[in-house]
Design a protein around this ligand. Structure first.
Ligand code: 13P
Ligand code: SF4
Length: 328
C-alpha cells in the first residue's frame, strides 16, 4: 500500500518533520541507501546491524524507519511496544521476494541435519523458520562460531553465501536469491573504469556476484565500506554498492572522489535500489503526521522470529554462543 499523494504545497517539510519528531517523541532511523535528504534528517544512519541495535535500544515512542520493509519489521520484532512507521509500505526487497516462507520451510524439512543461517533481508516468517540471522557485517563473526562439522543452509542471498563459503572454505547449501541492485554491476564496465583510475581501489558489498567481488580490494557491509573509505590510501574510490552511500563518504571526506561502479550501460542509475527510493521527505512527513503506514506483526510470529534475531545480536556481540537450538 503506497501512501496516497497529498497536496503538500507550501509546507516546509524539514521544519514540519522536526516539529513532529519532538511532538511524537520519534526517532528517525535511515539506511545508507536512502536519499541524501532522508539521511540528513535522520537521528541515526547505519547498516542493517547498527539499525537493528538502535531499534532495540531506543527510548522513543515512535520509530520512523527510512529503509525497507524487512528492516522496519526487524525494528518491530525487537521493539514491539513502539509504533513503527515505514514511509512507504511497498519498500520491499528482491531477496525477501525470492524466498517464500512455504518453500523455505519445505527446503528446511528436506535437510533436517542442517541449521539455517539466514540473511536479515528476508520476511518475518522466514526469520521464524531460521536458527540464526546474520547481516553482512555480522556474518563472518557468526559463521566462525558455528562448529565446522555443522551443516548449514544459507539463504536467501546466494552471493553473500557463496562469498562466505569461499572465504572460510565451508560448504553451505545456498538458497538461489539475489539482490537485483548488486546483480546489475557490469564486470566489463568495472574493468574499463579501473583502467581509467588505475590507482583507485574498489570496495564491494558481498551481495555482488563473484565476477565483481573478485576485483575488489575491500569486501564488506555498507558501514565496512564507509570505514574503508575513511582509511584508504589515495584520493579516489570505486564503490560497488548502492550509490546513495556515497553521500556519507562525501560528507566525511570532502576532498576525495567516489565513483559508483557502473551497470551494463556504463552508467550507475540501474544500481539505485528501486525499493529504497520509494521513501521520500513527503512520505516521511505524512507517516509522522498520521502515524501510518504502521508495521504490525502477530505476537506468536514475532516471538518465533525474535529468537533467531536475538541469537544474531548476542553472537555478534560475543555475549552468547550458538547454544542449543532446541526444537523448531
Ligand atoms: P548492510 O547495510 O547491512 O550492508 O546491508 C545492505 C543491504 O542490503 C540493505 O538492503
Ligand atoms: Fe534488497 Fe538489494 Fe534493495 Fe538491499 S539493495 S533492499 S538487498 S533489493
Amino acid at each position: 500500500m503506497t501512501v496516497m499523494s497529498a497536496d503538500l504545497t507550501g509546507i516546509d517539510l524539514r521544519a514540519e518533520i522536526e516539529r513532529l519528531r519532538k511532538e511524537r517523541n520519534a526517532v528517525i532511523l535511515a539506511h545508507y541507501y536512502q536519499r541524501p535528504e532522508l539521511q540528513d534528517i535522520a537521528d541515526f544512519v547505519g547498516d542493517s546491524l547498527e539499525l537493528s541495535r538502535k531499534a532495540a535500544d531506543t527510548d522513543a515512542d515512535v520509530i520512523a524507519f527510512c529503509g525497507v520493509k524487512f528492516m522496519a519489521d526487524t525494528a518491530k520484532i525487537l521493539s514491539p511496544n513502539k509504533i513503527v512507521v515505514l514511509p512507504d509500505l511497498d519498500a520491499g526487497c528482491s531477496l525477501e521476494d525470492s524466498c517464500p516462507p512455504e518453500k523455505f520451510k519445505a527446503f528446511r524439512e528436506a535437510h533436517p541435519d542442517h541449521i539455517a543461517l539466514t540473511y536479515i533481508n528476508c520476511s518475518t516468517e522466514v526469520k521464524a523458520l531460521s536458527d540464526v540471522i546474520v547481516t553482512s557485517s555480522s556474518a563472518e563473526t557468526i559463521l566462525q562460531q558455528i562448529p565446522r562439522d555443522q551443516k548449514i543452509i544459507f539463504g536467501p542471498d546466494r552471493h553473500l553465501g557463496g562469498y562466505l563459503s569461499r572465504k572460510f572454505d565451508r560448504e553451505m547449501l545456498l538458497w538461489p536469491g539475489v539482490c537485483i541492485v548488486h546483480e546489475a554491476f557490469s564486470e566489463t564496465e568495472l574493468l574499463k573504469l579501473r583502467a581509467q583510475h588505475p590507482a583507485a581501489p574498489i570496495a564491494a558489498h558481498p551481495e555482488c556476484p563473484p565476477h565483481i567481488v573478485d576485483h575488489a580490494d575491500y569486501v564488506g557491509s555498507t558501514s565496512g565500506i564507509l570505514q574503508f573509505a575513511k582509511t584508504m590510501p589515495g584520493d579516489t574510490l570505486i564503490v560497488a554498492t548502492e550509490p546513495h552511500i556515497i553521500h556519507q563518504m562525501e560528507l566525511a571526506l570532502p576532498g576525495k572522489t567516489f565513483i559508483g561502479a557502473p551497470g551494463a550501460d556504463g552508467n550507475c542509475n540501474c544500481n539505485i535500489c528501486p525499493y529504497m527510493a520509494l521513501n521520500t521527505m513527503e512520505k516521511l512527513y505524512l507517516s509522522l503526521r498520521d502515524l501510518t503506514p504502521r508495521v504490525e506483526i502477530e505476537e506468536s510470529l514475532r516471538l518465533a522470529a525474535k529468537k533467531s534475531l536475538d541469537r544474531m545480536l548476542g553472537m555478534a556481540a560475543g555475549t552468547i554462543g550458538l547454544g542449543d537450538l532446541g526444537a523448531r
